[in-house]
Design a protein around this ligand. Structure first.
Ligand code: UDX
Length: 429
């Protein structure tokens, strides 16, 4: 099929490359010439495993091209996917200005019978406005659809190539048949529904996962107070098929480009339609205050951070990405500096990205042991593979007293740390 992908951000680049890999003719479209130039050379402006290789391969086969010209990108396309950013407006609602601007630009070039898919995360009801804009700018027949994206950063290519399901929101049998055909090579598990339901699926999935993480973080705080171990509790309740054992690892709270924004957005959306937003407000509030609360506890434990050197491991918002949006270090490091600590920090991929966002007195090192050298406290913030199998005896020999290892991702246990001569603090244990 001939597909135009508008917006070459994270979702746009991954989706273009994956559909091109499946043998479709894909045009990636963006108004940013610099970005398009880089993509043409196979350069991805962010780190995502497998993506650069896929970009080179699909451009070589001729299945993927890039352009900044709307007419060239849209005129032959059977399917047009809008994947531009939806930043939060000051009131927390999704700011749809880029979606509407892209719609205005694409409309005059639309091919008769094209299907326009809004893949950006948008509140239900957005399709109606997009349709109005298109109608005002063209007389061809077209259809609207919603196919939300559930990929995760760090595993985006795998998630897109092998999704758990494809959610397809359509208004006609024709659009259903075309989009089922398009997604068939990716999954046989296609769920068909109305576009409004598809858009709610995206909001509901992200908000449920954010709530689940917040819930287990609250339970982990109770565990700390009463001597229980959250990892044992997760094992115990996870055997219940209604609950499941995955995707609620406790820590400093959820971050990244989606959950914090989507929780605020659904709260603002609920309020805007006079529905109760209090659950979402509470989740956002608990998550936002979590780091400050835990840091105060760690400060006490370590006998005060003032005058101490602290080694921070992990500067991205999670492993396998250099995305630093709502990364825990952005709050943890300023907190440490404000409380008189000297901070050394490391990350396998995100050092250059984080530097402009943190005070200049942070010292960055590429080697994890050089980072730990001379520190009296280590804080592991991100569970990169590199940090899961550290040589604990070596760490002991490099650290100075009190030799605290704060493991905010529960990658280690107290007994192996104690054997190595380190004091250990996990989450919820
Ligand atoms: C998320 C959704 O998972 C994805 O389906 C959607 O399309 C986009 O938003 P992403 O933000 O890339 O993906 O990362 P994810 O792996 O879901 O992690 C989000 C945040 O939750 C991270 O800060 C992560 O550390 C945290 N998290 C995740 C936990 O604290 N515990 C967990 O068990 C899982």
């Amino acid at each position: 099929m001939k597909i135009a992908c508008i917006g070459t951000g994270f979702v746009g680049v991954v989706t273009s490359a994956v559909f091109a890999k499946l043998g479709n003719q894909v045009v990636g479209l963006d108004i940013d010439e610099k970005k398009i130039d880089l993509l043409r050379q196979g350069i991805v402006p962010f780190f995502e495993p497998q993506l650069s290789e896929l970009l080179v391969e699909t451009q070589k086969t001729g299945n993927l091209t890039f352009t900044t010209d709307y007419s060239q990108g849209i005129k032959d396309s059977d399917i047009v996917m809008i994947m531009v950013g939806t930043p939060s407006a000051p009131d927390g609602q999704a700011d749809l200005k880029y979606v509407f601007a892209a719609t205005e630009s694409l409309a005059p070039h639309l091919k008769d019978g094209a299907i326009v898919i809004v893949k950006s995360t948008v509140p239900p009801g957005t399709n109606a406005k997009v349709r109005e804009i298109i109608k005002a700018n063209t007389s061809v027949n077209f259809e609207m659809a919603s196919v939300p994206e559930f990929l995760k950063e760090g595993t985006a290519v795998e998630d897109t190539l092998r999704p758990d399901r494809a959610v397809i929101g359509v208004e006609s049998d024709r659009a259903r048949d075309i989009l089922v055909e398009l997604h068939k090579p990716l999954t046989s598990n296609v769920v068909i529904m109305k576009p409004e339901s598809a858009q709610m699926c995206k909001y509901a999935a992200n908000n449920y996962l954010a709530t689940r993480i917040t819930f287990i973080n609250q339970i982990s705080d109770l565990c700390e107070a009463n001597g229980a171990d959250i990892q044992e509790v997760i094992k115990g309740i996870g055997q219940d098929k209604r609950i499941g054992a995955h995707y609620w690892y406790p820590g400093l709270g959820y971050g990244g480009s989606c959950f914090p924004k989507d929780v605020k957005e659904i709260a603002a959306y609920a309020k805007s339609i006079n529905e109760n937003e209090s659950l979402f407000i509470k989740i956002d509030d608990l998550n936002s205050k979590r780091i400050g609360r835990l840091m105060a506890g760690y400060d006490k434990l370590a006998g005060g951070f003032a005058g101490k050197t602290v080694a921070v491991l992990g500067l991205s918002f999670k492993p396998n990405t250099n995305d630093t949006r709502v990364a825990p270090c952005l709050e943890v490091i300023p907190w440490l500096l404000d409380h008189g600590a000297t901070v050394k920090a490391t990350d396998p991929k995100a050092i250059e990205e984080i530097k402009p966002l943190l005070p200049t007195k942070v010292q960055y090192l590429n080697d994890v042991y050089e980072t730990i050298k001379g520190a009296s406290v280590v804080i592991l913030l991100v569970e990169w593979d590199e940090y899961k199998t550290l040589d604990l005896s070596k760490i002991n020999s490099l650290m100075s007293e009190p030799k605290y290892f704060i493991d905010t991702r529960n990658q280690y246990n107290a007994s192996s740390m104690e054997t190595a001569g380190l004091k250990y603090k996990g989450v919820g244990r």
